[in-house]
Design a protein around this ligand. Structure first.
Ligand code: FMN
Ligand code: SF4
Length: 470
């Protein structure tokens, strides 16, 4: 199976290049493709030069928030007596997201090289990889890759013959979604209960074991060697000016070929759906969750914000005509990049796209998500601890035909009270999408009052290009 069949013609897959090659995860294969040459070259540079280059490449964090990676690295104090740390966030627990596990199990050296460059740039001598506890193959593959890297003197007391010392440790999580949140991850890494910390101080100043710490997502770090191996200009051509580089998208749900697809940042959602074979069983698209479960849902309806941003015709003797509604692009044609998708009121998140066909009950979808967030709340903040549970309870009542108009009003109030009132964004991760479900499927929510849900049982999608043993 080739990765090329999953990528647009004019775009060269690089992040997924070795995903479908036998033994693509081994050091020999990675080095045959020029692997670790980027690390060798950056070891000759001043760390500030590396940070400047990453800033110029406009690499933005792939963990969800899209924060500029070079800017984050620059926050780490240059003069400090404290040990600094580079942490790889390999927790990947956001429902709908399964791209990092591919890098970990199919191209682990790309991650290790990126992590080594990041560590050198910020002045860290230790890398911690915090990996989701349920991952088995990614765990064994990353351990094997680290061993290969030590044997090849890529890690150890003299990285590639230089005076730079670098060690790499792996820490397994225990299956808590909240431990993907960076400060909760730090608590867990230090052996405590995984509960988010108040910020500030930010981890770049006070992080792991009290030292300045950078936490980056797996895919973010796997992008870093590409910047140095191929150059900033090339990296920018693989995405948008303010959002450089390629993007891995996980596509699942009611789609013909679910799997991980590599596309340029800014690739339109509807084209990605086509790339993955389109909506399954010849059905119609009802909705798309574009960036993982915590992102507002999009529907195939005309969107003026996208029309307004379409390139205008050149004005000659006449002003260009206003676009009428029937010529507006659909919300589901929004670009998959951090800024573009905000224009349609959603978020790129971790680019875990869930496609929903016209047989889907949207109350049940939201109920499913609410139960997940209620289960995963760490319980520190009242709006989150109580709110997530109440949302789930009221949606459950609605789904079985026992909901009332009062429940709908209380649901709406609960969501409002939960938004932006908590220590970490987990409460927002259900409250903000919930608002989009209420707004876009209002009739469906009202029709559930006093009526048992009439939608068919959910159907399980086939595995497509994903091999689930990963
Ligand atoms: C509830 C919650 C869960 C998160 N889970 C993950 C995760 O599994 N993996 C990840 O990389 N980032 C996750 N994040 C984002 C991290 O807190 C952090 O922003 C990210 O690892 C930074 O890396 P980046 O700058 O490379 O994106 C989560 C955030 C929240 C609020
Ligand atoms: S918002 Fe929820 S998960 Fe986050 S700290 Fe508060 S209670 Fe914990």
């Amino acid at each position: 199976m080739s990765d090329h069949q999953y990528s647009p013609a004019a775009f060269e897959p690089t992040l997924s290049k070795r995903f479908f090659i036998a033994n693509g995860y081994e050091l020999a294969c990675y080095q045959r493709d020029g692997g670790y040459q980027a690390l060798r070259s950056v070891l000759q540079l001043d760390p500030n030069e590396i940070i400047t280059t990453v800033k110029q490449a406009n690499l933005r964090g792939r963990g969800g928030a899209g924060f500029p990676t070079g800017v984050k690295w620059d926050f780490v104090p240059k003069q400090t007596d404290k040990a600094k740390y580079l942490i790889v966030n390999a927790d990947e627990s956001e429902p709908g997201t399964f791209k990092d596990r591919y890098i970990l199990s199919r191209d682990p050296h790309a991650l290790l090289e990126g992590a080594a460059i990041a560590a050198y740039a910020i002045g860290a001598n230790d890398i911690y990889i915090y990996i989701r506890g349920e991952f088995t193959k990614p765990y064994t593959r990353i351990l094997a890759a680290i061993k290969e890297a030590y044997n090849a003197k890529i890690f150890g007391d003299a990285v590639m013959g230089t005076r730079f010392k670098l060690n790499c440790h792996v820490h397994r999580g225990a299956g808590a979604y909240i431990c993907g949140e960076e400060t909760s991850l730090l608590e867990s890494l230090e052996g405590k209960i995984g509960r988010p910390r108040l910020k500030p101080p930010f981890p770049a100043i006070v992080g792991a074991f009290g030292g300045p710490t950078i936490i980056n997502n797996v895919e973010t770090l796997a992008c870093v060697p590409l910047i140095f191996a191929r150059g900033v200009d090339w990296f920018l051509t693989q995405g948008l000016p303010h959002n450089g580089g390629p993007k891995l998208a996980s596509v699942s749900g009611h789609i013909k070929r679910p799997g991980v697809y590599e596309v340029p940042s800014g690739y339109p959602i509807n084209e990605l759906i086509e790339l993955a074979g389109g909506v399954w069983k010849g059905r119609q698209l009802k909705a798309v969750i574009p960036g993982g479960s915590s992102t507002p849902v999009l529907v195939p309806r005309p969107c003026q914000a996208l029309a307004d941003n379409a390139p205008q015709q050149k004005v000659t003797s006449f002003a260009p005509p206003q676009k009428s509604v029937e010529h507006w692009p659909l919300e589901t044609q929004a670009p998959l990049d951090f800024d573009g998708i905000k224009k349609v009121g959603s978020l790129l998140g971790s680019a875990g796209m869930i496609v929903l066909d016209d047989t889907t009950c949207m109350v049940r979808v939201l109920l499913n998500l609410a139960e997940f967030y209620a289960h995963e709340s760490c319980g520190q903040c009242t709006p989150c601890r109580e709110g997530t549970g109440w949302i789930a309870k009221m949606l459950r009542r609605l789904e079985i035909g026992k909901g009332s108009h009062t429940d709908l009003a209380t649901l709406s109030d609960t969501v409002t009270f939960m938004t932006s009132t908590t220590i970490c964004p987990l409460a927002d991760a259900i409250a903000i999408p919930a608002r989009s479900y209420f707004d876009k499927f209002k009739d469906e929510f009202y029709e559930h009052i006093g009526k048992t849900c009439w939608f068919p049982d959910a159907e399980i999608a086939p595995s497509g290009n994903t091999t689930w043993e990963d």
